[in-house]
Ligand binder design. Structure first.
Ligand code: G3H
Ligand code: 13P
Ligand code: ZN
Length: 311
């Protein structure tokens, strides 16, 4: 199969109350681990590359690696640009075969975000490439914010209809309490997602796919394994998987996970190197690393996304 855009994928997810996992890819082993999990569980999947990932792997390698994965599998796979921040970057990805792009104008003011997002949508739609926009700020939520400061972090439901209408985006990333990276909440804090905001947004946008970024759960078993084998990851809490599972049953149709994959892969490599100190064959530690990616993605498909057998 060739990579496809996310339109049908997300529509089906919406109507059948599950989410498609969007996993960040940086190299061959990560791509292979994700796709073999999706294949085994007969699940659609989104492979997303950030601009940093494209720089690391090289734009051509990245695309060809994903094309190879698609050729060797028969589940629906989209190749998506994660956090595109300029029109030129999105255009470059569209021109080179990405089937979906995110234009993240969330750092701009509202009008600037609309203008940039619309420009990308107008170009992308000529080539049947789907576009994800973002409204709201995905910074970690500190405990001591007052109500109006806190409100400014979250997506304002009153803006969503106007934003979607004026830009023509196909999906929308929203801020309801998730944040990027492994340090989302401090120990002792209780993670919470603003389901009231999500419900308000989806009432205003019936049938429209919502995206959650920053949705890793910071799986403690991996953190412990990394630290047991010489790492130094400080205590942190991510988004509980049950909350994400609930979001997937609502309007959330795409859930982004990167940090949990990083933790799983690092834990496997540290363990392998610690247990086999004389090994210097990269294949010997990248094999368990690839297997760890496969296991964590299978876990997410089954326990968070609900996308098993939805290919
Ligand atoms: O949300 C960002 C993703 O985790 C990608 O991170 O820019 O380091 O590749 P990156
Ligand atoms: P995490 O850092 O929570 O995995 O989020 C990844 C993400 O949102 C990629 O766009
Ligand atoms: Zn993100």
């Amino acid at each position: 199969m060739k990579p496809i855009n996310t339109l049908k994928m997300l529509k089906k997810a919406y109507s059948e109350n599950y989410a498609v996992g969007a996993f960040n890819v940086n190299n061959m082993e990560i791509i292979q681990g994700i796709v073999s999990a999706a294949q085994e569980l007969n699940s659609p999947v989104i492979l997303q590359a950030s601009s940093g990932a494209r720089k690391y792997a090289g734009a051509t390698y990245m695309r060809k690696l994903v094309e190879a994965a698609c050729e060797e599998s028969n589940v629906p796979i989209a190749l998506h640009l994660d956090h595109g921040d300029t029109f030129e970057l999105c255009k470059n990805c569209i021109d080179s075969g990405f089937t979906s792009v995110m234009i993240d104008g969330s750092a701009l003011d509202y009008e600037g975000n609309i203008e940039l997002t619309k420009k990308v949508v107008d170009y992308a739609h000529k080539y049947s490439v789907s576009v994800e926009g973002e409204l709201g700020s995905l910074a970690g939520i500190e405990e001591k914010l007052n109500v109006s400061e806190e409100k400014s972090f979250y997506t304002d439901p009153e803006e969503v209809e106007d934003f979607v209408k004026k830009t023509g985006v196909d999906s929308l990333a929203v801020a309801i309490g998730t944040s990027h990276g492994a340090y989302k909440f401090k120990p002792g804090q209780s993670p919470k997602l603003r389901f009231d905001i999500l419900d308000d947004i989806s009432r205003r946008l019936p049938g429209f796919p919502i995206v959650l970024h920053g949705a890793s759960s910071v799986i403690q078993a991996y953190v412990n394994e990394i630290n047991n084998f010489g790492g130094n990851i400080k205590e942190a809490i991510g988004i509980p998987e049950d909350m994400l599972k609930d979001a997937a049953k609502k309007a959330v149709c795409k859930i982004n996970v990167d940090s949990d994959l990083r933790l799983a892969m690092t834990a496997a490599i540290r363990k392998s190197l610690a247990e086999n100190p004389s090994n210097f064959d990269p294949r010997k530690y990248l094999t368990p690393a690839r297997e760890a990616i496969k296991e964590v993605v299978k876990h997410k498909i089954e326990n968070v996304m609900g996308s098993k057998n939805k290919a």
